[in-house]
Ligand binder design. Structure first.
Ligand code: PEP
Length: 248
């Protein structure tokens, strides 16, 4: 059984004070059968970690470097994240690929490094509008999944989370239909099966792209969708509480 995982990607939003206000009002609204994760800015990680102690909420970062330390001005290492007690790290988000030259190769280095430091990666993949219109969405996500998982053992692959996020649906208000999302997610599971065998059935695969309380239940009702990676709608505690409590 794959435990559903609803993760909020706050992006570059929320000061420490704002982050604490959000998690303090959210932490009483979780439920044990759904994993709720807040992926907060680096500056808020330590304080949020303390604030959610004893609750069901888990903590995520939004990026990391693959090295433990070194001359990489402005970067944050996996050691620094694990010291804080971070559980998850988002890797290869389309905004990082587009604005910060993240490539399949750097995503792969980060995947290997995160797993070796006990961090669970949420690896993002997804096609652009042009690729979707050219019918190339499967080719794109297959290449991203294969490159991102290169060199990983089946037992490592079993631990990861993959987020399918069509770029044209992120922050645009346009959601892939739940059938479209399920089709690609089940295709991704088959790509993982080709690489790692039956552990593919344990890998949780989320959908991301304009998920909100009004569409989450339908999305989560699909057979292969195990969760959601949520941007805009995760910035409001009431809305995010509704997302975690979908279907209730
Ligand atoms: C995201 O940031 O990963 C995302 C899916 O954003 P939004 O929910 O705002 O589309």
């Amino acid at each position: 059984m794959r435990k559903p995982i609803i993760a909020g990607n706050w992006k570059m939003h929320k000061t420490i004070a704002e982050a604490l206000e959000l998690v303090n009002s959210l932490k009483g609204s979780t439920r044990p059968e759904v994993e709720g994760v807040v992926c907060v800015p680096f500056t808020a990680l330590s304080e949020v970690k303390k604030a959610i102690a004893g609750s069901d909420l888990k903590l995520g970062a939004q990026n990391m470097h693959w090295e433990e330390n070194g001359a990489f001005t402005g970067e944050i290492s996996p050691l620094m994240l694990s010291e804080i007690g971070v559980d998850y790290v988002v890797l290869g988000h389309s905004e990082r690929r587009e604005y910060f030259a993240e490539s399949d190769e750097t995503v792969n280095k980060k995947m290997v490094s995160a797993l070796s430091h006990g961090l669970t990666p949420i690896m993002c993949v997804g096609e652009s509008l042009e690729e979707r219109e050219a019918g190339a969405e499967k080719k794109k996500v297959e290449a991203q999944v294969k490159a991102g998982l290169k060199g990983l053992s089946s037992s490592d692959i079993e631990k990861i989370v993959i987020a399918y996020e069509p770029i044209w649906a992120i922050g645009t208000g346009k959601t892939a239909t739940s059938e479209q999302a399920n089709e690609i997610i089940s295709f991704i599971r088959n790509v993982v099966r080709d690489i790692a065998g039956e552990v593919a059935d344990s890998v949780r695969i989320q959908y991301g792209g304009s998920v909100k309380s009004s569409n989450v239940a339908e999305i989560m009702g699909q057979s292969d969708i195990d969760g959601a990676l949520v941007g805009g709608a995760s910035l409001d505690s009431e809305e995010f509480a509704k997302l975690i409590n979908y279907g209730e």
